[in-house]
Write a protein that binds this ligand. Structure first.
Ligand SMILES: C[S@@+](CC[C@H](N)C(=O)[O-])C[C@H]1O[C@@H](n2cnc3c(N)ncnc32)[C@H](O)[C@@H]1O
Length: 248
């Protein structure tokens, strides 16, 4: 999977991409993230990438010319990327949208700043506008990192265990059940004894009940999907995990 990230602040991505699983995926060649400095496509002495909004109002707007040139440059190479503008007024990101986006081999992410991007860039180039949540952050860089990480997790070979993503919150529609590791008792709180039973069916049933209870408490609207319980039963049941000996 290839990401082309258009940003005024490429350095923000340096540490993010040099750690842990993302760095390993880049080294393995299953993930590529190219950061493109929008200012490299300006032509004036001050490398001006923003200007005041027509019609007045506060803040600045990202100028269309440098962004258009940067996008034209990306579009010269195939495969054509899906072009995404990160904006709080976009479609809310969730695991279903992540799944849909994961079908694309190449994605271009526009990181806005200030008041956002000139509308003509959206009209001319953008395939999809995505929001990471109903709140506003300073720029599109953190939203882009969230999207990159969520999508990278869907790449085969990215995670150590192929099953990890299947059991996770939102993948089957319920929030994940609580998880425990050693020690068996921590500050007088004991790990539920069923997890030491070795009875995988009972463990799966326990985890499903915990996942249901947590979803009902925290995100009850997720239970309105009529298929959610059936999907969760099949996934959590299948994962009714031979618990590793180290938790005993
Ligand atoms: C301060 S925000 C601009 C907000 C814009 N004036 C509005 O009200 O929609 C600057 C940039 O941060 C990014 N951004 C902020 N919040 C975001 C969110 N929830 N999801 C995705 N991108 C966001 C976008 O790229 C946006 O162009």
């Amino acid at each position: 999977m290839i990401f082309e990230v258009l940003t005024l602040f490429p350095e923000i991505f340096t540490s993010f991409l040099s750690q842990s699983l993302l760095a390993k995926a880049i080294a393995k060649g299953i993930l590529t993230v190219n950061t493109i400095n929008i200012r490299d496509f300006t032509h004036d002495r001050h490398q001006t990438a923003d200007d005041r909004p027509y019609g007045g109002g506060p803040g600045m707007v990202l100028k269309p010319e440098p962004l258009a040139e940067a996008l034209d440059d990306i579009l010269r190479i195939s495969p054509r990327p899906l072009i995404i503008n990160l904006t709080p007024s976009g479609q809310l990101l969730n695991q279903n949208l992540v799944k849909t986006l994961s079908e694309h081999k190449r994605l271009a992410l526009i990181c806005g700043r200030y008041e956002g991007v000139d509308q003509r860039i959206i009209d001319l180039y953008v395939d999809k506008e995505i929001s990471i949540g109903d709140y506003v952050v300073n720029g599109g860089e953190v939203p882009a990192m969230i999207l990159i990480e969520a999508l990278a997790r869907t790449i085969e070979g990215f995670l150590g265990s192929g099953d990890s993503i299947i059991e996770e919150s939102h993948n089957h529609g319920l929030l994940e059940h609580p998880v425990y590791t050693r020690p068996r008792v921590f500050r007088k709180l004991a790990v539920p004894s069923i997890l030491f039973s070795g009875n995988h069916q009972q463990i799966a049933a326990f985890r499903l009940a915990e996942a249901m209870a947590k979803t009902r408490d925290v995100r009850p609207e997720l239970l309105s999907d009529p298929d959610v319980v059936e999907r969760a039963v099949s996934v959590i049941g299948r994962a009714g995990a031979p618990l590793s000996d180290k938790t005993k």
